[in-house]
Design a protein around this ligand. Structure first.
Ligand code: UQ1
Length: 448
């Protein structure tokens, strides 16, 4: 279990949320030569899977992974931990045990990118020279951007929690257990986020929890989202609206959390459509999805990123638009897909084939269609499995109506996906469900 005291974190470190855990660095390898064929920056879902694929192809010690964290979290489990369905201890493995043995792991952080000289500087003062660079840093959680939030998340037995950080996720289940009446308020920020479905999954789980505990009638459940819609894909939004209505969940769109006053249990929101209009809402529990951004160290390298700070890649090939020996995978990329582990999985064979082609000086043939998937958990035994591509049209794997709440999808999310992730994705064998979708498509045509 992670506790602030055991980590000895400063306030500003706590403000960085789970990135803090990733920052406890100590060199894992001493590089004899600060050079490699491929440098992978980040050992999250995308970085780890790609390091496995690339090091298996290129051989030992050709790939360096730069990653400061000692633990690798299976983040898709965090919503279930917030609902008390899993424990935090079940969500991680040691980084040393998930990174491929054929790659060198440097347990440091990338602090400066120089794509003109093909080098990256590290927090330990190393400079690494690469032939090819894969940027897989993921996102940074900016809890500190909301005044009062970090303090609210530090109050012992407080009323504020967040499933996005291992530091704060256990608080969510504590909040669910402690609340007896009043307002349960849930937020979605005004920034790109990873797993955009998660902030509402925890709403559904909480609402179900309150019903199970017989306290639902005393609690108002409100979801305040900065987005103009409940879900970006109409096919699934049309299925979700009746659920929120039937379960008496209030949804306010274009409402953005701007301050938390923990001493008074007040959350302050702004109306994004009417500048200056503010709402003060008293809460008995508050669930916050923090604003996010590309990590500062990456965002400051303007040669590599777009205005929003994300790596400026071609959305099909995942190759950098200017630096042809630079690729990106996962949440740090500017490709306009939903940021989920499933997207990184679907990107991984494309990035792999294209990087190998680029290494050989060949043209890039593989292209990513924007596939993303979001298992929208709607309670303690149901889930809608949303799957879609860049065009925001459904791209579904199974020959069933996936816009319906199903136990089978819940079981897949809760019990099968972790196995798929640890045993298939991280070792580099899982390329997303495209193959499965093609095989199952024979049943779909029969159905019609
Ligand atoms: C998926 O590929 C993936 O990444 C490993 C997830 O994250 C854990 C998912 O939640 C889902 C649903 C997929 C897609 C897989 C199938 C079988 C539809």
């Amino acid at each position: 279990m992670i506790s602030y005291s055991s980590l000895r974190l400063s306030k500003s470190q706590i403000a960085r949320g789970w990135c803090v855990v990733r920052n406890l660095s100590a060199s894992q390898v001493h590089l004899d030569k600060h050079e490699c064929k491929v440098l992978v920056v980040g050992g999250g879902a995308g970085g780890c899977a790609m390091a496995a694929k690339l090091s298996s192809k290129l051989g030992s010690n050709k790939v360096i992974v730069l990653e400061p964290a000692d633990k690798h979290y299976y983040q898709p489990m965090f919503t279930l931990i917030g609902g008390g369905m899993k424990r935090l201890e079940q969500s991680y493995k040691l980084m040393a045990d998930v990174l491929p043995k054929k790659a060198k792991w440097l347990r440091e952080k990338a602090v400066e990118f120089d794509p003109d000289s093909n080098t990256v500087k590290t927090s330990g003062g190393n400079t690494i020279k690469y032939d090819m660079l894969l940027i897989a840093t993921g996102l940074q959680l900016n809890y500190n951007k909301i005044p009062g939030l970090v303090d609210a998340l530090s109050v012992p037995n407080g009323k504020v929690g967040s499933i996005y950080s291992p530091l704060y996720v256990d608080r969510v289940y504590d909040c669910l257990r402690n609340i007896n009446d009043g307002n349960a308020i849930f937020t979605f920020p005004s920034s790109p986020v990873k797993c955009p479905g998660a902030p509402q999954k925890i709403v559904y789980i909480s609402e179900h929890y309150f019903r199970k505990m017989g306290k639902r009638n005393n609690i108002n459940v409100t979801y305040n989202t900065a987005l103009p819609v409940l879900f970006g894909v109409k096919h699934y939004a049309d299925a979700l609206w009746p659920i929120v209505k039937q379960r008496n969940i209030t949804v306010n769109t274009r409402r953005n959390l701007i301050e938390v006053k923990a001493a008074q249990d007040i959350a302050i929101f702004e109306n994004l459509d009417k500048p200056g209009e503010r709402f003060e809402e008293k809460y008995s529990m508050l669930h916050v999805c923090p604003p996010m951004s590309a990590p500062d160290e990456l965002a400051k390298c303007t040669k590599l990123v777009n205005e929003a700070g994300f790596v400026d890649v071609d959305k099909s090939t995942m190759q950098h638009l200017k630096y042809k020996n630079v690729f990106a995978i996962g949440d740090c990329s500017a490709s306009p897909n939903s940021k989920t582990a499933a997207s990184a999985a679907a990107q991984s064979p494309v990035v792999y084939r294209n990087m190998i082609a680029a290494l050989k000086g060949k043209s890039l043939k593989s292209s990513y269609d924007g596939y993303a998937s979001c298992p929208l958990v709607t309670g303690y035994n149901t889930c809608i499995l949303a799957e879609f591509d860049y065009s925001l049209t459904p791209l579904e794997t199974f020959p069933v109506a996936q816009n319906k709440e199903r136990y089978s999808m819940f079981f897949m999310k809760k019990d099968l996906m972790p196995i798929l992730y640890w045993k298939m994705m991280l070792p580099g064998y899982w390329n997303g469900p495209a193959l499965m979708r093609n095989m199952l498509s024979i049943f779909k045509s029969k159905q019609k």
